[in-house]
Design a protein around this ligand. Structure first.
Ligand code: CA
Length: 247
């Protein structure tokens, strides 16, 4: 009876550890679906300065970002018809989202999204930029995703082209201030997430060899990843169970 009780206690500990190990926190999830927004609507431009129902977002007011509708395979897909995505017309302008997350020094993050190039301008390498900044403050981190199709070597023809290609970026608060033009910031402040088309190299700010307008981005997910210590807890729970069973 006593042995049985110990087994249950160990198993309960294991279950608790397992549940915390899977508890990733979604800071932002955006699929751009708002059927009331017309195809081709330039968000944030003159006359439509509101966020068009995309709560929390602020769009640059220079005609650079618009909502596009897709029913075919020429853009990221998520099973919705029409699928709506954000399109960047010109580079080095970001749409920004104010999160409710106050960052901590041990934060670990992942950003994933679908993206593809439009056929504009033929052979031009293009990049999606992700930036993390303190809300109303300086940049903390930034990363670029180079899209593989329509590059200079393929002159308008697809190169590893996929309408649903996924990009993933892993970084942590420990990386804040380590990337070009970023600073270490102040722990505990709110984070703002930014996404845009970019033309400047991340190392020294020089222009990329080829960069131009024409990117779609969809299904953005910004996640706070569980701390590695939960994995260690899971291991300890399992070890306790084994030790109890041996008695
Ligand atoms: Ca979508």
């Amino acid at each position: 009876m006593k042995k049985h009780t110990k087994l249950i206690a160990a198993a309960t500990g294991l279950a608790l550890a397992a549940s915390s190990a899977t508890a990733a926190t979604t800071i932002l999830s955006e699929d751009w679906q708002n059927p009331s927004v017309a195809n081709g609507q330039r968000v944030g431009s003159t006359g439509v300065e509101t966020n068009q129902g995309f709560t929390g977002w602020t769009f640059p007011g220079n005609n650079v970002n618009r909502i596009s509708h897709h029913s075919g395979s020429a853009a990221p897909q998520d099973g919705l018809n029409p699928n709506q995505s954000l399109q960047f017309e010109w580079s080095d302008s970001y749409s920004s989202y104010d999160t409710t997350h106050n960052w901590a020094s041990d934060d670990v993050y992942n950003v994933s999204f679908n993206a593809t190039e439009t056929s504009w301008s033929g052979s031009k390498d293009r990049y999606i930029g992700i930036r993390i900044r303190e809300t109303g403050g300086g940049l903390l981190w930034q990363g670029h995703a180079k899209q593989p199709e329509y590059d200079a070597a393929h002159a308008g023809n697809g190169n590893s082209w996929s309408a649903a290609q996924t990009f993933s970026m892993d970084f942590s608060a420990a990386d804040f201030g380590t990337v070009f033009q970023t600073g270490a910031g102040t722990e505990g402040t709110l984070l703002t997430f930014e996404v845009g088309g970019v033309t400047k190299d991340l190392v020294d700010g020089s222009n990329y060899a080829n960069s131009n307008r024409g990117n779609y981005v969809d299904n953005i997910v910004f996640t706070l990843v569980p701390e590695p210590t939960t994995t260690a807890l899971l291991g300890l729970g399992g070890l306790a169970l084994i030790l109890r069973r041996r008695k």
